[in-house]
Design a binder for this molecule. Structure first.
Ligand SMILES: Cc1cc2nc3c(=O)[nH]c(=O)nc-3n(C[C@H](O)[C@H](O)[C@H](O)COP(=O)(O)OP(=O)(O)OC[C@H]3O[C@@H](n4cnc5c(N)ncnc54)[C@H](O)[C@@H]3O)c2cc1C
Length: 388
């Protein structure tokens, strides 16, 4: 692997990883390794619920500052800068603009799957997973390019839509509508934050609205740079930079890029990661401007591919985090709970509107497997409803 800075999933620096300062000088690999290892130990304490009492009420950023300040590494030349880079890098895992937004104690709710960490999928990408799931569905079951405008629920009740046979109606932006006994809503937390006031009729209960408001949904973007030739042996060590945060952040948004990593199976590509407000700012720039900015630091690129998850009206961000001061379990549970009809005594169908998606999982939030498992959870909820 040849990386401009560190690979995003790095728990410690390897001889193949390079750190450079803004003046072009390389940072000692030994120091980088020491700081990254120590940073990893400190974050592990938070994930393993082993925080000292004084750190439990702090944001993740404030806890790390305090704990790192106690280490002799903080006083070493460049130690603080590498630590700041570690924090920026951790923002990609937490999908936040800054670690000061994230709760230190609540991240222990997150469960990592066993096994090695892989940052890329096989050649088929996620499509391969979908293909397997789709084989069991009759053709035509899935309707694409028909965004849902509103979900009307609790329709079958006295004095209200008397002729209505089904309790839920899904109305699409193109005017199509579907009636159903049950609807499972899987739009992202970002979409719920953006559209909740118009998407549900009657409105969602206050517990669910609070959960939608309180949970965080951050932005993580990728900037892929493609080159004519394989990058091996041609690029590094050369031109690399390690950034300092800047209060004039709109002019220096690119300093939030944590580095450029090589990409599995794509020897002519590099991938840069960027998060938070700088990512959202970047999303509004032209590809050519982003490319030209990156070109200051890497050789001529032949093509760029840039994600814009924050501006995408069907996603509005990347994945969920638990902000400082929020009870994550309570919020995930409230988000996952099905809507109950207003008056349960009249024999109306229950489980009219159910909720799935990564933000509704208490331990696997942020992840695709979490999203998948919540879909299974809601399907099973309906199966047992009819089995009882
Ligand atoms: C840069 C990046 C890197 C990531 N890396 C990883 C990783 O390494 N591992 C991992 O496990 N996860 C990763 N994730 C997170 C993963 O992508 C999400 O957790 C997962 O996609 C969540 O699935 P979901 O079904 O909950 O929501 P989504 O994937 O957002 O699916 C919701 C669907 O609802 C649709 N929709 C929205 N609005 C409407 C509407 N009005 N009508 C109809 N449909 C609508 C959307 O088009 C979308 O298809 C990453 C995400 C990003 C952005």
């Amino acid at each position: 692997n040849i990386n401009l800075l560190l690979p995003w999933d790095s728990r410690s620096a390897t001889p193949q990883d390079y750190f450079f300062k803004e003046d072009g000088k390389q940072v000692s690999t030994k120091l980088v390794d020491q700081v990254c290892s120590h940073f990893s130990k400190l974050t592990d304490k938070a994930f393993d619920d082993e925080l000292k009492h004084k750190h439990r009420k702090l944001s993740l950023g404030a806890y790390l500052d305090d704990a790192f300040g106690e280490s002799p590494l903080a006083a070493k030349e460049d130690g603080q800068q590498v630590f700041e880079w570690c924090k920026r890098n951790e923002c990609t895992d937490e999908a936040c603009s800054s670690l000061y937004e994230v709760s230190a104690s609540q991240i222990s709710n997150y469960s990592a799957l066993e096994g090695d960490f892989f940052n890329t999928l096989g050649p088929g990408g996620y499509r391969a997973v979908l293909d397997v799931l789709l084989t069991d569905l009759p053709s035509g079951t899935i309707q694409c390019s028909a965004p849902v405008k509103s979900i009307r629920w609790d329709l079958v009740r006295k004095g209200h839509c008397e002729n209505q046979r089904y309790p839920v109606q899904v109305v699409c932006e193109n005017g199509q509508s579907f009636e159903a006994d049950h609807v499972i809503v899987t739009v992202s937390l970002g979409v719920l934050k953006d559209k909740v006031s118009t998407m549900f009729e009657p409105p969602l209960p206050s517990t669910k609205l609070s959960a939608i408001e309180n949970l965080g949904f951050g932005i993580v973007d990728k900037i892929f740079l493609f080159f004519e030739k394989s990058l091996f042996y041609s690029l590094f060590p050369k031109n690399g930079k390690s950034w300092e945060p800047d209060c004039n952040w709109k002019k220096t948004w690119f300093k939030k890029i944590t580095g450029f990593d090589t990409v599995a199976r794509h020897p002519t590509a590099l991938c840069g990661w960027i998060t938070g407000r700088e990512a959202l700012y970047m999303e509004n720039l032209q590809d050519s401007e982003i490319r030209d900015t990156c070109l200051r630091y890497v050789p001529e690129v032949s093509k760029t591919l840039i994600s814009r998850w924050g501006s995408d009206s069907h996603v509005r961000g990347s994945y969920t985090f638990i902000p400082d001061g929020v009870d994550g379990v309570k919020a995930h549970k409230a988000l996952a709970s099905p809507l109950l009809p207003k008056d349960e005594s009249r024999g109306r169908k229950h489980l009219q509107v159910l909720f799935a998606g990564e933000a509704t999982h208490e331990n696997f939030y942020t992840t695709t497997h979490g999203a998948y498992l919540t879909g299974v959870r809601e399907a099973e909820r309906l199966i047992s409803y009819y089995a009882d």
